[in-house]
Ligand binder design. Sequence first.
Ligand code: SF4
Length: 367
Amino acid sequence: MKYLSEYRNPELAKKVLREIGKTVTKSWNIMEVCGGQTHSLVKNGILSVLPKKITMLHGPGCPVCVTPLNLIDKAIYLAEKKAVILCSFGDMLRVPGSNKNLLEAKAQGADVRILYSPLEAVTLAKQNPDKEVVFFAVGFETTAPANALSVLHAEKLGLTNYSILTSHVLVPPAIKALMEDPESHIDAFLAAGHVCSIMGYWEYFPLVEKYKIPIVVTGFEPLDLLQGILMVVKQLEEGRAEVENQYVRMVKEKGNTTAQKIISDVFEVGDQMWRGIGTIGKSGFHLRGKYGRFDANKKFSIHIKMASENKECIAGNIMKGISKPFECSQFGKKCTPQNPLGAPMVSSEGACAAYYNFSTIYKTMDL
Ligand code: SF4
């Protein structure tokens, strides 16, 4: 297949679906790690046409959803109390902090700007030497190279008014944590193709070996997802547990080694707090000591209280595959995209937003 439309071809999709139907004999729980994959599964109606024996669980791969509440409060604090130019991808702006979100802070006069690249924030810092510019550097391994490059670029330009507020999370430690969670019942994973295009899939071999679970690197189009599910189901039915790559057009085993080198020059691996899930050991990228002056956490004294999560939000359970969005008592009631109680309802990669926005799926379910 050469063209994107071919990955959305209904006749080919039906063919793969029939093959999945012929292959599956037992019930299996398959987790797609990435929120982009969740949205594609829901939006394209794949969940409603899969054989009943296959249950798709929606994983923690929504970077906005796992960014700690405390960090959102810090970003708001910096914009409001330290008068920095706070730059962020648009997705973060409506995610609830403990009292308000960044969009409300902006409406109340804080200088919050939506950018498409951290390099734009470096340019802003160069253009505004009398202002501090902070980029809210959130994401999985996929966005880490660009954020690392922004630090290297700022250093090269000799800027002293640029820093990043980081929440960089990593997929393999999250898979490990899920496999060791007694409440999780996951039989196999679809790994996120874009993360693997940067990191490769060599990191998954020890996980497959240790937990005896199939992991298939999978893309985002309907046929990618159906093929990924078919590959996983074949492994499960045959009693195999291997790493396989469905997304061959983008992913190589070793990944993008140039990007990996840039990441490891700037970041080191450390423990990381995941919103709704808790701290996972060695699951985040943090700025190395030699780049400490670009770390907004160190640069500014930030005085905020640790806030607690909304008790009605079960986002953590949803991201661990224990609950579905429509099992939340507030789904579509107190919690909507216009008035989100939790991040998964507002993020473009959040599972609750996927079910809410593409509502024909959940409306056919027994609520
Ligand atoms: S529907 Fe809203 S309150 Fe419920 S889990 Fe999702 S984000 Fe949280």
